[in-house]
Design a protein around this ligand. Structure first.
Ligand code: NAD
Ligand code: WQD
Length: 339
């Protein structure tokens, strides 16, 4: 009996694979390597093997595309899959504005295919990687799960459409269990330094950019705006350590086994840090190597965004445990390992 992770060689999926395997779950991964590579499979094994011996029955990786129905059908036929965590998708907001069709094609078609194959094979447990982006510009902070939703870009709309699709499917067939996890800002890396976030080209997100400045791969961080209505004028976000986030998925898989129906949870720390807070913490860790300058605001950015994560604590028995320094230390450690 295995948990299927689509996109399981990616940033969040690989950390989740480690946490599931060390919690004694068997794991099957499907990934098309569009934003990852096969070396991640060996790295996952290297992290897990001191704790648990792995073989083809406990950990298997398929290279293929979730939009390929025949291929998916074959994976479900060859394995006894009991739950699915759907990470696979494209995730860059700016790119989604430039190439909306790629986002609708990849994110929506993959999800429809997956749900159809699950229905055909009688698999009813599904965790979906959603995002705080579905809250758009929230009316107040912290953000609760029952806040109004609304997306401002094609990437966010794919997340919202899928959330709505899952609600419709659940309304038509209550034997499904759906857990929608809305991640806030995942950062950090595994303590081993073997897996972490490694975007192609110039990073769009704050933490990978800072890491590359700290290791001399990029010159200087541009901080987008210092005139927001926040404590120091820079944008505030709820940064969550990727290992904490991964553990949230182990709790979600456990919850699915209780026939929980459709549930939505914020996964965040509940703490908002500004860009300058992050730079200062990172500088403590790397010895003041993060040079920065202030530039204009980035179009589409909001001033502040942080979660109330009490519902995940009450119902999943999960809460984030790692602090900002842990996030910076592990990011720096990964970046140094990662030539
Ligand atoms: P990632 O790009 O590192 O991982 C996604 C993985 O899916 C990659 O390994 C990629 O090769 C694979 N993939 C993409 N399309 C595929 C397809 N059609 N078939 C098979 N494999 C495919 O991204 P991540 O940061 O790990 O994000 C995982 C999920 O979490 C995504 O759905 C993303 O939208 C969501 N999310 C991410 C963040 C974040 O900041 N990282 C925040 C909120 C939500
Ligand atoms: C964080 C803060 C920037 C880069 C995005 C997606 C969201 C989710 C997580 C997927 C902001 C500032 C950034 C830089 C900067 N992903 N910044 N200089 O925008 O909160 O969220 O990733 O679902 O949907 O929108 O994350 O890391 O890009 O930015 O000053 O070079 O850092 O303005 O205040 P964001 P981010």
């Amino acid at each position: 009996m295995s948990v299927l992770l689509t996109g399981g060689l990616g940033y969040i999926g690989s950390h989740t694979a480690v946490e599931l395997l060390t919690s004694n779950e068997d794991v099957v991964i499907i990934d098309n390597l569009s934003n990852s590579d096969l070396s991640v499979k060996e790295k996952i094994k290297k992290i897990v093997e001191p704790v648990r011996k792995l073989d083809e029955n406990s950990f298997k990786v398929y290279v293929g595309d979730v939009r390929d129905y025949k291929f998916l059908d074959q994976v479900f036929s060859e394995n006894k899959i009991t739950s699915v965590i759907h990470f696979a998708g494209l995730k860059a907001v700016g790119e989604s504005v430039a190439k909306p069709l790629d986002y609708y094609d990849n994110n929506l078609i993959s999800t429809i295919n997956l749900l159809e194959v699950m229905r055909a094979h009688g698999v009813k447990n599904f965790v979906f990687s959603s995002s705080a982006t579905v809250y758009g510009k929230a009316k107040s902070m912290p953000i609760y799960e029952d806040f109004e939703t609304g997306a401002t870009n094609p990437y966010g709309r794919t997340k919202l459409f899928i959330e709505e699709m899952l609600k419709d499917i659940y309304n038509s067939d209550k034997s499904f269990n759906f857990i929608i996890l809305r991640y806030f800002n995942p950062i950090g890396a595994h303590d081993s330094g073997l897996i972490g976030e490694n975007p192609n080209g110039i990073p769009n997100n704050l933490m990978p950019y800072i890491s590359r400045v700290a290791t001399g791969k990029l010159e200087c961080l541009s901080i987008f705006g210092n005139d927001y209505n926040t404590k120091d004028g820079t944008g505030v976000r709820d940064y969550i350590h990727v290992v904490d986030l991964a553990k949230g998925h182990v709790c979600a898989v456990k919850k699915l086994k209780t026939n929980c129906g459709l549930k939505i949870y914020n996964l965040g720390t509940g703490i908002g840090y500004s860009v300058l807070d992050i730079v200062n913490a990172y500088n403590q860790v790397c010895g003041n190597k993060v040079k920065f300058k202030f530039v204009d605001r980035r179009p589409g950015d909001i001033d502040i965004c942080y979660a109330n994560a009490d519902k995940a604590y009450k119902e999943l028995n999960w809460k984030a445990e790692r602090n900002l320094l842990d996030m910076c230390k592990t990011s720096y450690n990964f970046e140094k390992h990662n030539k």
